[in-house]
Design a protein around this ligand. Structure first.
Ligand SMILES: [Zn+2]
Length: 148
């Protein structure tokens, strides 16, 4: 990472790395091949309550908190690995499963080394007005999937 943004310690994990993304800021990239359906990584970090998550996110443009359930979330900016930088895409190559309180990313299709790992956030802490610039041919225009 370059520039004036504060450097954070990123926990090393095999198969993924954080670097500059054409989608947004820093992204998460595969350094190994992942076959469809295989685990990519767990989103690690500090477990925080919904109230604490809301407090930490106030006024922040980049969010690193992912919900586990209606009460708990993971703040991956504290002790997290490169998975915290997985950007949103409307046509992603990964999906997430929450298993026994763990947030785990899996390959939605075969992923080659060097590819950016992306996820459809569907329902994030971002406002529903937040525009999407993922660049996918079928970009829906917003990061959150707005149900009408
Ligand atoms: Zn999009």
């Amino acid at each position: 990472m370059t520039g004036t943004r504060r450097m954070r310690k990123i926990e090393a994990v095999e198969g993924i790395e954080a670097r500059k993304s054409p989608i947004d800021g820093t992204g998460c990239f595969a350094t190994a091949a992942f076959r469809k359906g295989r685990k990519i990584a767990e989103l690690t970090g500090e477990r925080v309550s919904r109230v604490e998550a809301a407090r930490r996110m106030r006024g922040k443009e980049r969010l690193h908190i992912c919900a586990i359930d209606p009460y708990w979330g993971i703040d991956s900016s504290v002790g997290g690995n490169a998975a915290q930088f997985i950007n949103h895409s409307c046509q992603p190559n990964s999906f997430v499963r929450i298993m026994h309180g763990h947030i785990i990313f899996f390959a939605l299709r075969d992923i080659a080394p060097g590819e950016e790992i992306t996820l459809d956030y569907v329902e994030s802490y971002h406002s529903d007005d937040k525009r999407c610039d993922c660049g996918a041919p079928k970009c829906r225009g917003t990061i959150n999937l707005i149900k009408r």
